[in-house]
Design a protein around this ligand. Structure first.
Ligand code: 0PR
Length: 393
C-alpha cells in the first residue's frame, strides 16, 4: 500500500526491520555458496559519503570519471594490459553482455545469425547475454575435470561464429578453462575471445603469487581480447562493482553510444546503464588502494587455508566426495548414495543457505572471507550428522 500520510521514521524502521527478518547476514556465516561477502568497511564508508554521485553524468562529476579511469587502469595492471580500455559495470552479467556485444559488433564477418561458442560450464549470464543480443549460444563439452575441451570448441567454429567465451574460475567448481589453448584456436580463426574472470580475477593472480598455481589466463596471452572481473566478489568492494576490459580501441568503440543531448563526458557511454552509482566505483577504488596486492594475497591465502579444511572434512566423511581437487576457494561436494536434494533440504532446515550445481550434481561451497574456521566446522558437523542419518537412496 502507498500510504497517503507518511509514517514516522521510527515506524518505518520498525516495519523494515521486521520485513528484513528473513534475510541472511554474512556475519552469521550461513550463506555458504555466496560469491559476495561483507564488503570492506572502508568501502562502505566511502560509498555512503558519495552516494549522490552519478557515473552516468561524468560531465557533472569529472572527478569520479577520473577515479573510474584509475579503477580500469589498476585492473588492467593486474591483468597485464599496458593501455587498458574498458569500463566499470554493475557486475559480471553486464560485463558479459558488453563483451558479447563487442564480439558481435567487431566480428570479421557480419552475419544475421551470430553464434557464440562456450563450454557448458559457462555462467548463466552468458545465456542471458546471447538471448538479449540475438546470438545463438553453442555449448561445448567439458572433460572429466569439468574444464573446457578446446578441440570441441574448435570443431564448433563455423562461418557464423563471432566469439568464444571461457571461464577462469567457474561458478560451479572454480575450475579454470585452458585459456592458452582456447586463445590459440581463437587467434588462428581470428575470432574474439572473452575470459569471464568475474570470480577468479581477484583470486588467480594471488594464488600464483602464493605459489599455489601457475595459471596464465589474462592479456599476457595474445588471443585473449577481453576479460571481465567483479570487485564485488573477492575484491571486497560493495555491490554493484564489475569491470570489463578490452584489448583494442575498436572493441570499446563498438560498445559506445553517444547521447547527443548530454554535455561533455556524459555524452559518451560505454555501459548498458545510464544513471548508475559512482559511489560504488569510488568505494572499489578505495578498497583496492587500501588493500594493495599484499592485502588480497593475504585474503586469498586465508580463504585457501579454510578451503583445505573444507577438503579434509569432505574426505573424512565416507558419504561425501570432492567433485574435483579444489583449484581455488570454491568446492563441489558430491553425495554418495544420498539424494542431494534431501541433504540440502535438511541443511536448509538447520539454517544454512545452500546451493547446488548441476554439473556434476553437487553441493556448492564458496569459501568467502565470512566462512571462518568455526563456520566451516559447524557446517560439516551438521552435514556429517545429516548424511549419516538420511537413509541411502
Ligand atoms: N560470471 C561468473 C563466472 C559468475 O560466477 C557470476 C556470478 C557472474 C558472471 C555474474 O555476476 P553478477 O551476479 O555480478 O552479475 N555468479 C553468482 C552465482 O552464480 C551470482 C549469480 C547467480 C548471478 C545467478 C546471476 C545469476 O543468474 O552464485
Amino acid at each position: 500500500m502507498f500510504e497517503e500520510q507518511g509514517m514516522t521514521t521510527d515506524a518505518v524502521l520498525k516495519r523494515l526491520q521486521s520485513l528484513l527478518e528473513p534475510d541472511s547476514s554474512y556475519a552469521s556465516g550461513r550463506p555458504v555458496a555466496s560469491m559476495s561477502t561483507a564488503p570492506h568497511g572502508f568501502g562502505v564508508d566511502v560509498f555512503s559519503r558519495t552516494i549522490e554521485k552519478n557515473a552516468g553524468r561524468f560531465h557533472t562529476f569529472p572527478g569520479s570519471a577520473e577515479v573510474e579511469r584509475e579503477v580500469v587502469e589498476m585492473v588492467g595492471d593486474l591483468f597485464h594490459l599496458e593501455q587498458p580500455l574498458g569500463t566499470t559495470t554493475s557486475g559480471g552479467t553486464e560485463s558479459n553482455i558488453l563483451a558479447m556485444l563487442a564480439c558481435r559488433e567487431t566480428a570479421a564477418k557480419k552475419t544475421h545469425t551470430p553464434e557464440i561458442i562456450a563450454p557448458e560450464t559457462v555462467h548463466a549470464s552468458v545465456d542471458k547475454a546471447a538471448w538479449i543480443l540475438g546470438a545463438k549460444l553453442v555449448k561445448t563439452r567439458v572433460d572429466s575435470q569439468f574444464s573446457a575441451d578446446p578441440s570441441a570448441i574448435e570443431r564448433a567454429i563455423n562461418k557464423k561464429t563471432v566469439g568464444i567465451f571461457a571461464t577462469a574460475g567457474t561458478t560451479y567448481l572454480g575450475q579454470i578453462d585452458p585459456i592458452d589453448e582456447i586463445a590459440g584456436i581463437a587467434s588462428r580463426h581470428s575470432i574474439p575471445f572473452h575470459v569471464d574472470a568475474a570470480f577468479g580475477g581477484f583470486v588467480i593472480p594471488f594464488l600464483n603469487d602464493l605459489g599455489m598455481g601457475h595459471h596464465v589466463f589474462d592479456f599476457q596471452i595474445e588471443g585473449v581480447t577481453s576479460i571481465s572481473v567483479d570487485p564485488h566478489k573477492m575484491g571486497l568492494a560493495p555491490i554493484p562493482s564489475g569491470c570489463v576490459l578490452f584489448r583494442s580501441e575498436r572493441q570499446l568503440e563498438s560498445v559506445t553510444r553517444r547521447v547527443p543531448y548530454l554535455r561533455g563526458q556524459s555524452a559518451v557511454q560505454h555501459t548498458l546503464l545510464g544513471t548508475r552509482p559512482a559511489g560504488s566505483i569510488l568505494a572499489a577504488w578505495a578498497v583496492m588502494k587500501q588493500m594493495g596486492r599484499k592485502g588480497y594475497r593475504d585474503l586469498v591465502s586465508l580463504c585457501m587455508k579454510r578451503t583445505l579444511l573444507v577438503k579434509s572434512r569432505v574426505e573424512a566423511n565416507r558419504m561425501l566426495r570432492l567433485a574435483i581437487e579444489p583449484v581455488m576457494n570454491i568446492v563441489g561436494v558430491e553425495c554418495k548414495e544420498l539424494s542431494l536434494e534431501h541433504v540440502t533440504d535438511r541443511m536448509e532446515e538447520r539454517g544454512w543457505r545452500m546451493a547446488t550445481s548441476p554439473l556434476p550434481p553437487s553441493i556448492r561451497i564458496v569459501i568467502m572471507p565470512h566462512m571462518t574456521e568455526g563456520t566451516v566446522n559447524a557446517f560439516f558437523n551438521d552435514l556429517d550428522d545429516i548424511s549419516t542419518t538420511i537413509p541411502a537412496d
